[in-house]
Ligand binder design. Structure first.
Ligand code: DX5
Ligand code: ZN
Length: 228
């Protein structure tokens, strides 16, 4: 892991599946901190995403830790298979189950790091009785499922408000998914974000050089702007 105050997670679903193996090499070279893995069921969000068998192949071909974003209804039955496939962090949506506390416990009991994801319209108060059980919150800065949507501006306030709740807790990650662009990234970090999901507007922007180069470009932009 790097010693910056933020980390970059590469949104694998934004890549061309045919090039996955080459992409993984480039992400290793560029020292991506995490690989972001989007599982979707066509119900919780309006498209299908990646599935556990792909995760297993990724883990066999890369040492970068994988954070699994679970955009599926009723995630509980799939936790074990994801843990077996090698997930390093499992992040179900708080809106996807009436039993989020039980799902979090199941993840932790399997020895995997547990987080929860919140849609843009979901209040931070839903974390009141959960925050002590987790050390990772993924805030959606767009409505989930579709890539390339624009940042919902008041999500910057939400990051800031969550940072206040988390306080000085060590090793607690505030991850932002969606809307991360060269223009918004440093604002997110300044507000308190610690993991940025880099997708279609940053490292996977079409035709602009290799992923490792683009990871370093993002770091340069964020480091410069947050030093001001
Ligand atoms: C959206 C996915 C993201 C996606 C983010 O639901 O979870 O991982 O890549 O969007 P972009 O690529 O637009 O930043
Ligand atoms: Zn995601």
């Amino acid at each position: 892991m790097n010693n910056r105050k933020y980390k970059l997670s590469a949104s694998l679903i934004c890549g061309d599946i045919i090039n996955l193996k080459e992409d993984l090499k480039s992400l290793e070279k560029g020292k991506a901190d995490y690989l972001h893995f989007d599982m979707m069921d066509g119900l919780f969000v309006p498209r299908f995403g990646q599935y556990p068998e792909i995760l297993k192949s990724i883990k066999e071909n890369s040492k970068i830790p994988v954070d699994v974003h679970l955009m599926i209804q009723n995630p509980e039955p799939y936790i074990e298979v994801l843990a077996d496939a090698g997930a390093d962090v499992i992040v179900p949506h708080i809106e996807s189950t009436p039993h989020i506390h039980r799902v979090v416990k199941k993840i932790k009991d399997l020895g995997v790091r547990a987080g929860v994801a919140l849609n843009p319209g979901t209040s931070l108060s839903t974390l009141d009785y959960l925050i002590d059980e987790i050390d990772w919150v993924e805030l959606m800065a767009i409505n989930p499922g579709i890539v390339g949507h624009k940042l919902i501006p008041n999500m910057l306030n939400k990051i800031y408000d969550l940072k206040k709740i988390v306080g000085l807790r060590e090793n607690f990650e505030i991850q932002i998914d969606g809307g991360v662009t060269p223009g918004s990234a440093s604002k997110m970090v300044t507000a308190g974000a610690t993991v940025l999901v880099c997708g279609s507007s940053t490292i996977y922007r079409p035709k602009e050089g290799s992923l490792d180069v683009r990871l370093n470009e993002m770091r340069k932009i964020i480091d410069t702007e947050t030093a001001l």
